[in-house]
Design a protein around this ligand. Structure first.
Ligand SMILES: Cc1cc2nc3c(=O)[nH]c(=O)nc-3n(C[C@H](O)[C@H](O)[C@H](O)COP(=O)(O)OP(=O)(O)OC[C@H]3O[C@@H](n4cnc5c(N)ncnc54)[C@H](O)[C@@H]3O)c2cc1C
Ligand code: SF4
Ligand code: SF4
Ligand code: SF4
Length: 350
């Protein structure tokens, strides 16, 4: 990794240390922060489109360069994680929860908590939420959407197992649309990029001021989109017919409504996983205000880790509005749930 204290840092350093090392997650942070706007993601790969002024801002906001966990945890929580939080990151409360509105339940991946939380955010005066929608032309190609209305966040519910460059959506919302109060939904790597660009040493004040809520997802892996589509074709699955993909209990599923189109052991799809995910140690979106996944809760429920005061307030207000119901997860503190097991797998693979 580059010695940040000496030479000027340029786009070349980002390519050398991140892209060429197969570490780039395609979050879009570098594009979103470049002050002279010379980075574009070309088919998920950062590319230089003009003259780099060697300011180092892209490098310092990338989630895959030296990420200073301790300093960032100190600035978010006033403390670093304790031994019981080694695998999960700092949190204050944990729940099994689900959304109550039927339109959210119908489209959601699990308990619909993410969609209910961001729907409440819009109801309370938030300008927009950055979510992962789908391209109109290419089936199951995710794209960041700046959703300003409840129906748009409901439309974007459900898990896409290939990457969406979420922070390009943030760039559009804040730099182009000039929105002042936004929420962002994303994977752990995206939450890390977002954290750097809102509170890191080379943060961007526009993003710092505009980002009001960070909703993180649990994440074990994402697939490369091209390989994923190829795999579906080889298994006679037309992606255009799929309404939901799912990974649960070691199996990968494709559904069309109530019909199951495809089922495979997870090891059969392991070859589709992006190489950057092999180098990832964050399962539970450790830098979000509130993190949501499915493991450790019953079917139809989401596991919710409340991390910050802002996350707590977002959950409480969604419960108060009748959008979410939440109950305890027994014995989470013992550290023996699937959340802990999967997080351990990620951390110990390095
Ligand atoms: C790539 C990926 C891998 C995951 N792996 C696991 C896992 O191993 N274990 C586990 O417990 N949970 C995992 N999750 C989380 C899980 O699939 C659900 O997202 C979570 O339980 C929330 O469910 P929900 O019903 O509350 O969400 P919903 O209400 O359905 O909302 C989901 C939100 O996530 C956004 N989103 C979907 N796909 C992406 C994407 N690729 N990038 C950014 N945002 C996206 C949607 O736009 C929507 O806003 C994963 C999620 C993703 C995206
Ligand atoms: S952010 Fe700075 S270092 Fe990175 S490409 Fe733009 S000008 Fe170059
Ligand atoms: S900021 Fe994101 S898109 Fe840019 S190089 Fe780093 S990981 Fe890749
Ligand atoms: S496994 Fe890690 S790097 Fe891969 S998409 Fe999930 S959070 Fe990002």
């Amino acid at each position: 990794m580059n010695d940040l204290s000496s030479d000027k840092i340029s786009f070349t350093n980002l390519i050398d240390d991140v892209v060429d090392q197969n570490r780039c997650v395609a979050c879009g942070a570098c594009d979103a922060v470049c002050p002279v706007n010379v980075i574009k993601l070309d088919n998920f790969v950062p590319t230089l489109t003009g003259d780099c002024i060697e300011c180092g801002i892209c490098y310092n906001n990338c989630p895959r360069t030296d990420f200073d966990d301790q300093t960032l945890e100190e600035s978010i929580h006033g403390r670093t994680r304790n031994e019981g939080e080694r695998l999960t990151g700092v949190y204050s409360e944990v729940y099994a929860a689900k959304a109550i509105p039927s339109d959210i339940q119908e489209r959601a991946q699990d308990g619909g908590v993410v969609t209910a939380l961001v729907s409440q955010f819009l109801d309370e005066g938030g300008d927009a939420v950055i979510v992962a929608g789908l391209d109109e032309e290419r089936p199951w190609l995710p794209k960041p959407v700046v959703a300003r209305a409840r129906k748009e966040v409901v439309q974007a519910a459900g898990t896409k197992y290939t990457p969406s460059p979420t922070l390009l959506g943030l760039k559009k919302a804040v730099k182009e649309d000039k929105l002042e109060k936004v929420a962002v939904v994303g994977t752990p790597c995206q939450m890390r990029g977002l954290t750097r660009l809102t509170i890191g040493p080379m943060k961007n004040v526009k993003y710092r001021d505009a980002v009001d809520l960070k909703v993180g997802l649990f994440c074990m892996e994402t697939f490369s989109h091209d390989s994923f589509i190829e795999y579906l074709g080889e298994n006679d699955v037309d992606p255009a017919n799929v309404t939901k993909f799912e990974i649960k209990k070691g199996r990968f599923y494709a559904h069309a409504g109530e019909e199951r189109l495809h089922r495979a052991r997870l090891k059969k799809v392991k070859g589709l996983i992006r190489s950057c995910c092999d180098q990832c140690e964050d399962f539970a979106s450790e830098y979000a205000d509130i993190s949501v996944g499915n493991v450790a809760s019953p079917p139809g429920y989401s596991t919710v880790l409340v991390r910050t005061e802002r996350g707590k307030q977002a959950l409480e207000s969604a419960i108060k509005s009748g959008l979410i119901e939440a109950g305890p997860i027994e014995d989470f503190e013992k550290g023996e749930t699937l959340v802990h097991k999967l997080a351990e797998m990620k951390k110990s693979s390095h």
